[in-house]
Design a protein around this ligand. Structure first.
Ligand code: DQA
Length: 146
């Protein structure tokens, strides 16, 4: 591996950031998220490779792909957080630190959002700071890596 790298993975409906329920998710777009993560990571000498998909299997594939390609993963699994054994098993299958991030405070929302299938197998979770949570996720991941 040449340069230090972070994989940024965003799950279903996050391509709609900015127009999607702005009262819950704010008005920042996915492009803003990628810029924020890239700029924060670059300051610490990390490159970022960013992917978004509405399909569970794509996210599984990118988690697998990250091993050997990246030093760590930041993932907002979106709705799959609450349902996906496949994503949890994918995280368990790699030896990279994975940080889970949610824009909204999922614990203050519907009961079905209170459970994360992934959280027990991640290195940490950031919740409820809006898109600034992605910046915190980068800083937390880099601290764990150093
Ligand atoms: C989310 C929270 C999830 O419950 C929801 O399904 C999302 C976004 C968040 O970032 O707050 O799509 O992951």
């Amino acid at each position: 591996m040449e340069k230090k790298k972070i994989y940024l993975l965003n799950g279903p409906n996050l391509n709609r950031l900015g127009v999607r329920e702005p009262g819950t998710y704010g008005t920042g777009t996915l492009e803003d998220v990628v810029r924020l993560v890239t700029e924060t990571a670059q300051k610490a000498g990390f490159e970022v490779e960013a992917y978004q998909s509405n399909h569970e299997g794509d996210l599984v594939d990118w988690i697998h792909q990250a091993e050997g390609m990246a030093d760590g993963i930041i993932i907002n699994p979106a709705a799959y957080t609450h349902t996906s054994v496949a994503l949890r098993d994918a995280v368990s299958s790699v030896s990279l630190p994975v940080i889970e991030i949610h824009i909204s405070n999922v614990h203050a929302r519907e009961a079905f959002r209170h459970t994360s299938m992934l959280a027990p197998v991640t290195a940490g979770q950031i919740v409820g700071f809006g898109i600034d949570g992605y910046r915190l996720a980068v800083e937390g991941l880099i601290q764990k890596l150093n």
